[in-house]
Design a binder for this molecule. Structure first.
Ligand SMILES: Cc1cc2nc3c(=O)[nH]c(=O)nc-3n(C[C@H](O)[C@H](O)[C@H](O)COP(=O)(O)OP(=O)(O)OC[C@H]3O[C@@H](n4cnc5c(N)ncnc54)[C@H](O)[C@@H]3O)c2cc1C
Length: 492
């Protein structure tokens, strides 16, 4: 295969990633951290300096279980041992994610096959009229022009990326001709956009990153409430039934991931369009609730198990977009991901689905939960912010695909997946993988900030709702004000 220019460079880069995954290298290539990398280095330096200056007892409560909590949320060992309901321990998951999976997933979701998602963005909410609470232009999705997405994804009749409302007739020949083995078969866990007429459009996910959109208040809260109520028990309530508990944890883990991405990419100052890490929000919504972080690990392992169970199918599928070089790399990355020896050895069965549906009412319960999950799929049409709806739909579809692989297929031979299901599954796992990384990074930042606060006279973390936080870490070329003043205060 002849590769030139950019293709060749990318090919070399991706091969390195594949090689790194295979060799279990711990070398990291984390491009999204570039903007704060020097600041992080400074933060680490400050942590070292401050930890020598500060008595341990005066330091803000432990994050991720490293030290005792004074907020009463966590008493110490929340992230040690085996992830509850799973078969791998926290430290193994961290190492695998950091050294293998995050690296490969980051590259995989950039490929043409995985970056274009077909979705119906404007739909009528079957439960309430859309009350459109989104406040920012970042709420809206940048749809891709017809010329941009791969030719293999198009057909002459498909008008979904044209201006205005598309025709609404789904072109089913697209998947069948472009992807051997990708078939249209209903998923009992989801309501499939593609089986209904409507406004289908292709969206380039790389142009629409999941981040803060300003969507909040009554509309957002009502959706989350409705989603949790589908499980027939309240948030956080322990349930003796494994199946219900698993469902609650899947949703809660996804919720944690969404909150993490909001905190990781937050509009700190609207007047200057300044974006950055919102550590206060991260602390309030995620870090001070250990069970939410535990549920994130759980959801990650559940989805990973589904991917591994579909190994044969995914390694043999054609990732065809008309760009041979990219498609070849996509295939190599997928094989590196699902066939990783390191993963097989360290965490062979991330979640054991054989433990589910064993009770006398198993069939009834399964049908009940399928109905609830389909309702959750439908609820995504009520999300009053386009970009949130895009990622909500994709990730719920990814969960639905994982449920189908684990619970609705008899052996791998019976497995049939649609192209969009595979795209959703892989992008969901990539989001969760990124969230695990962010959770650790921001827990470290919060810990450093708390130490700095103590040095600066006990100032606490600012309210998450206040923009322009003094803890905000600015871009590559500016020294953060907070660190400047800290240097000054401690005579550095
Ligand atoms: C599908 C969907 C996608 C969204 N995507 C985005 C987005 O991309 N960008 C954006 O800015 N906003 C997004 N939002 C909105 C966002 O999730 C919040 O609803 C919003 O930021 C307001 O947050 P909140 O503090 O009121 O708490 P919420 O996050 O709305 O939580 C509501 C309640 O749920 C409970 N809860 C919170 N987290 C968990 C958890 N992990 N497990 C169990 N219970 C929990 C708490 O009791 C909390 O009070 C999305 C909302 C939905 C429904």
């Amino acid at each position: 295969m002849g590769l030139e220019g950019e293709d060749e460079t990318r090919s070399v880069e991706v091969k390195e990633v594949v090689a790194m995954a295979e060799e279990n290298s711990s070398t990291r290539k984390s491009s999204w951290r570039r903007s704060v990398v020097w600041t992080a280095l400074l933060a680490v330096l400050m942590a070292v300096v401050l930890s020598s200056l500060l008595p341990r007892a005066g330091v803000e409560p432990g994050l991720l279980g490293h030290s005792p909590s004074s907020c009463g949320c966590q008493s110490g060992q929340a992230f040690e041992g085996v992830v509850e309901d799973c078969c791998c321990d926290y430290s193994t998951v961290d190492a695998l994610n950091k050294e293998v999976l995050h690296l490969v997933l980051q590259e995989l979701v950039k490929t043409p096959f995985f970056r274009y998602y077909k979705v119906k963005l404007w739909c009528d909410c079957p439960f309430w009229p859309d009350d459109g609470m989104c406040q920012l232009r970042d709420c809206s999705v940048c749809e891709c022009p017809e010329s941009e997405f791969p030719a293999a994804f198009r057909s002459s009749e498909d008008a979904s990326c044209q201006e205005g409302r598309p025709e609404g007739v789904v072109d089913r020949t697209l998947d069948a001709t472009a992807f051997h083995g990708w078939v249209d078969k209903d998923n009992p866990w989801t309501i499939d956009d593609e089986t209904e007429s409507g406004d289908l459009t292709y969206v380039n996910l790389l142009l629409n990153p999941e981040k803060y959109t300003g969507y909040k208040g009554e509309s957002a809260r009502r959706i989350w409430e409705a989603i949790y109520s589908q499980n027939c028990f309240e948030n956080g309530e322990k349930d003796s039934c494994t199946e219900r508990r698993v469902f609650y944890r899947l949703i809660s883990g996804l919720h944690t991931s969404i909150s993490t991405h909001i905190a990781a990419d937050y509009l700190m100052d609207e007047s200057t369009n300044l974006w950055g890490r919102n550590t206060s929000l991260m602390h309030d919504r995620v870090l001070r609730h250990p069970e939410r972080v535990q549920n994130l690990y759980f959801t990650y392992l559940f989805v990973l198990r589904a991917l591994l169970k579909a190994e044969k199918y995914l390694s043999e599928a054609e990732y065809s977009t008309g760009n041979d070089a990219e498609d070849h790399l996509t295939h190599k990355l997928m094989v590196a991901l699902v066939g990783s020896e390191r993963l097989r050895t360290a965490c062979p069965i991330p979640f054991d689905e054989a433990k589910m549906w064993r009770g006398p009412d198993a069939d009834d319960l399964k049908q009940q939960l399928q109905k609830h999950f389909r309702n959750i799929t439908a609820l995504m049409d009520c999300v009053g912010c386009e970009k949130c709806r895009l990622w909500g739909k994709l990730q719920i579809s990814g969960l639905g695909t994982a449920l189908k692989i684990l619970f609705s297929v008899d052996g791998e031979n019976g497995l049939d997946l649609q192209r969009n299901e595979v795209i959703a599954l892989v992008n969901l796992l990539s989001r969760l993988s990124e969230s695990l990384e962010v959770v650790h990074e921001m827990a470290d930042l919060v810990r450093v900030q708390n130490r700095i606060s103590t040095v600066m006279g006990g100032a606490s973390l600012p309210d998450e709702s206040k923009s322009g936080s003094r803890w905000f870490l600015q871009g590559d070329d500016q020294t953060p004000r907070s660190l400047q003043s800290l240097f000054h205060n401690i005579g550095f």
